[in-house]
Design a protein around this ligand. Structure first.
Ligand SMILES: [Zn+2]
Length: 232
């Protein structure tokens, strides 16, 4: 990488979605919900991205003084690149979004449906270390129902991005509202952040809880009912 490219990258690093902080001003809500992506985020193919990440990760390892001719280390840059694109950050690419089919609510079930304890692994976008947690997702049908495994898949899709827990919570909730055609959606996430437990403050017991209560869920009685279902 030459000096010009480095300067350019540094400049771009001060922008969100191509906007400077001055451009964004007080309009934090929208940029808060969307994962900040470059306009040309998908200019490179997945194969090209993996090749480039492998080269760059090799450089990080080299700078740290690791011997890349060692049999145990030499495959690591390619493994990390493949893992980033195909697995842990695959949710950045809309092409990997789960296909969702809805069904008519034949049983006329009109109470809340709760899918609880959906395990997920994500990564903190500030440190790139894991966030490990459980999501509880609930909705009240407006006439359509969704396959239960799809609730799980929606959680996994948004988890497989560099994330902050508040955004993960809201992205799942907003997508469910859109898919189900109702505001009556709730999402609760209880997660451990390894950037808090394994480094920094090194608190191994704390966990972070975030919630979204939309439509009919945003009442004390519905919140109490939901919390009753998800308590162990
Ligand atoms: Zn972090």
């Amino acid at each position: 990488m030459n000096a010009d490219t480095l300067t350019l990258n540094k400049k771009n690093g001060h922008k969100l979605n191509g906007f400077t902080h001055e451009d964004i001003g007080d309009d934090h809500l929208y940029t808060g919900l969307e994962t900040p992506m470059k306009l040309d985020a998908f200019k490179l193919s997945d194969t090209e991205k993996k090749q480039r990440i492998a080269l760059l990760f090799e450089e990080i390892m080299d700078v740290m003084g690791l011997d890349l001719t060692d049999d145990s280390l030499k495959g690591t840059p390619e493994r990390v690149a493949k893992m980033y694109i195909d697995e842990i950050f695959s949710g950045l690419n809309p092409a990997n979004k789960p296909k969702i089919a809805l069904f008519d609510n034949k049983y006329q079930y009109n109470q809340m449906l709760v899918e609880k304890n959906i395990s997920f692994y994500s990564n903190c976008e500030h440190h790139f270390v894991p966030i490990i947690g459980k999501a509880h997702v609930a909705y009240i049908s407006s006439g359509k129902v969704i396959g239960l495994s799809k609730l799980n898949r929606i959680v996994q899709y948004y988890a497989k991005r560099p994330q902050v827990q508040e955004r993960l919570t809201n992205q799942i909730a907003e997508d469910l509202k859109r898919i189900l055609g109702t505001d009556d959606v709730a999402v609760i996430i209880d997660a451990k952040h390894l950037c808090v437990s394994s480094r920094g403050i090194k608190d191994e017991t704390s966990a972070t809880v975030t919630s979204y209560y939309g439509g009919k869920f945003n009442t004390p009685s519905k919140i109490a009912e939901l919390q009753n279902y998800i308590k162990d």
